[in-house]
Design a protein around this ligand. Sequence first.
Ligand code: IPM
Ligand code: MG
Length: 360
Amino acid sequence: MKIAVLPGDGIGTEIMAEAVKVLQVLDLRFELESALVGGAAYEAHGHPLPDATLQLAKDADAILFGAVGDWKYDKLERHLRPEQAILGLRKNLGLFANFRPAICYEQLVGASSLKPELIAGLDILIIRELTGDIYFGQPRGRRTAADGHFPGAEEAFDTMRYSRPEIERIAHVAFQAARKRDKRVTSVDKANVLETFQFWKDVVSEVGLLYPDVALDHMYVDNAAMQLVKAPKKFDVLVTGNMFGDILSDEAAMLTGSIGMLPSASLNSSNQGLYEPSHGSAPDIAGQGVANPLATILSVAMMLRFSLNQPQAALRIEAAVKDVLAAGWRTGDIYSEGTTRVGTRAMGDAVVAALHKSKG
Ligand code: IPM
Ligand code: MG
């Protein structure tokens, strides 16, 4: 089994070192190969997703991705910006199904900005369609307006679109995921305004008929944004399009108060996947050894489960992370009084130690 390791920028390299350490403690045979991606690749090769990196990713069974981006690249032309690396990987590998769990760990209830009773025990899963919608829709661009409120003025436009097969396949992913959980799917749309999302709602409803054991409801995205902070525990699986999922998954992540804890998976139809923490490259704390590596370590667990068929190893990692939290180890982002503040490397070491212990 081959794993492409793409640390990227900012804290990406620091957290990835810990994730690789954890991977190597497991008695499993993997071939690991690293490559530059994002700003780091742009500096070295003039492109955020060089051909060699893309090829490595294509040839791998799974991709472990750190984070990309830095403010210093904000002025580059769009196709050279670090974010294009992740968009390019999603598109080129067909990674259409994005899993973003938002789980509130018992010991971290106090880290949320919401009242503890609202989020204690929170365990929701956002499934975001990742290769369509207005993020990839053509045509897009700038031009002179032929009509509208200001004919003759400079304007910009993007295209929101979804085809039936794109909606069907992500809906199947959501219903199947729900079957392994509480068997409830909420499909998030904006059917009251957008043609694209009336179609979305219709197609998800049709697919839902094939899953009579799963309860399906529909919610407008503005209401979903509100319900997520009002009563987040009411949700089980949320499924939605690329843009709404981008926004709602950040909101859901922050409910737990600890975005540094949340992994994510992006899968294609052959279960090849890209695994990354839900947080970004955090250039403000890069190089200081203080970033939380747990989201990346938990991404390793997701990778073992979804792409590498090693569910036992995944469970071991997840248990080790819980042990480390129970023992009071905290990086700065999840620190609270009475716990022990540690840096990135010490946190990785603590997980490795917990894994050794669980081996017996
Ligand atoms: C995410 C990020 C990306 C996205 C950016 C970096 C392009 O926000 O993974 O949610 O918008 O999808
Ligand atoms: Mg986002």
